[in-house]
Design a protein around this ligand. Structure first.
Ligand SMILES: [Zn+2]
Length: 391
């Protein structure tokens, strides 16, 4: 879903203001490239809505005092929340500048219906809001991030692993329970938003983020906007084919998906097959992965072939992506094991060999550790983008 020109201008202006504040209206002309008339119209509306405040600064020469603009740091809030991989809801409240004012975690009960998960999120948010003693009318919107297939335009959830299939009007359930408009998106999109707003390359508008966790996924920022696709569903990078027709079966039903080789879940399952062990249930995956890596490091077991193959296939998949998309940068979030020299060597060899020659070594590549708190920050950033862009 692309923003309209008007929405894009509003978002651009607020991002520039956030990065450079306090600034005068006249400075925004150079910062944004927008005309003075457009800036006057947008800022008048933002001041009216309480998103931007004016500060009069005494002028050194006689004449009218200079008026600086700032994003209103108090009085209005947004909330981001997400389901973590270990069965908790992580919730964060931020002001309109994106500064964190509080974080809360709560245990989620095991459920099989997505509707029940939505009801639990409503209860968790209710508790968090009363704990922070914030007036409900001062919360602009709530953003929820989920590890599943989400139509971000409607807040409808199609599928979450271990739950009965949707669709479920997740956003509607939370919104009606709390009386606060609620947006829902896929967790990978939220990680990309967190990277765009808060990462080392903050305000970098052109990158692909690949997240290697229990599942594997990707999100794309182009021209300062998250690309969410014609049907509101994020890029399903993990289900592109790396061993077509004859490969391992993926949970999506197809064969040979990247997910079936390179995700943490697939690494665990392949390791267990090699070792003749029974793979753990979904809830036990993270603990099992830690234990496998500990045994591997202690030379009690050897899972190099599984790890090497995952690195090799990931290198090919990223090469295909670069060849097709020519992104400015690719950011790979993954578990610490991905940083091992031997696996990085395998990854880069596959990347080099399979990238179109003219694009080789031109794309910036960054490896980073996953950070659970990035999901809630990303959810808050999604709401900020929405608040900023819409009138
Ligand atoms: Zn698949």
């Amino acid at each position: 879903m692309r923003l309209s020109d008007q929405e894009y201008n509003r978002l651009l202006l607020l991002k520039k203001l956030r990065a450079s504040e306090p600034v005068a209206r006249t400075d925004l002309v150079a910062l944004t490239g927008l005309t003075g008339g457009t800036i006057t119209a947008i800022t008048a509306d933002l001041v009216n809505r309480g998103i931007v405040i004016e500060e009069k600064v005494a002028s050194s020469s006689r004449g009218r005092p200079r008026v600086n603009l700032r994003i209103n740091p108090s009085g209005k809030y947004v909330i981001g929340t997400t389901a973590t991989g270990d069965g908790h809801a992580l919730t964060e409240i931020v002001n309109l500048r994106g500064e964190s004012l509080g974080v809360s975690t709560a245990k989620l009960q095991t459920a099989t219906r997505i509707e029940d998960l939505a009801g639990q999120f409503a209860a968790v948010l209710e508790n968090a809001i009363s704990g922070w003693q914030v007036r409900r009318e001062d919360i602009f919107r709530i953003g929820v991030g989920l590890p599943g297939i989400v139509d971000s335009r409607t807040g409808s959830v199609e599928q979450i692993v271990t739950y009965e299939p949707g669709p479920c009007d997740f956003g509607g359930i939370v919104s009606r329970a709390l009386g606060i408009p609620t947006l829902v998106d896929n967790n990978i999109n939220l990680l990309a938003r967190a990277e765009h707003w808060y990462g080392a390359g903050a305000h970098a508008g052109d990158f692909t983020l690949i997240n290697v966790d229990l599942a594997i996924g990707a999100a794309l920022y182009r021209g300062g906007q998250l690309i969410s696709g014609a049907h509101g569903i994020a890029s399903e990078f993990g289900h592109t084919k790396i061993v077509p027709d004859v490969g391992r079966t993926c949970f999506c039903g197809a064969r040979g998906c990247l997910q079936a080789y390179c995700s943490v879940q697939a690494i665990i399952e392949q390791s267990c097959e090699r070792l003749g062990r029974v793979p753990p249930s979904y809830d036990g995956m993270n603990a099992c992965f830690d234990e496998l890596l500990r045994e591997h490091a202690a030379a009690e077991i050897d899972i190099w072939p599984v790890l090497e193959q995952a690195s090799h296939y990931l290198g090919i998949a990223v090469a295909n992506h670069i060849t097709m998309q020519d992104p400015e940068a690719v950011i790979i979030l993954g578990p610490p094991v991905a940083m091992m020299d031997r696996l990085r060597g395998t990854f880069f060899a596959a990347l080099e060999q399979n990238t179109f020659p003219a694009l080789r070594r031109r794309t910036k590549l960054h490896f980073k550790f996953s950070d659970k708190s990035a999901y809630a920050r990303g959810a808050a950033a999604m709401v900020l983008e929405h608040v900023y862009a819409t009138s």
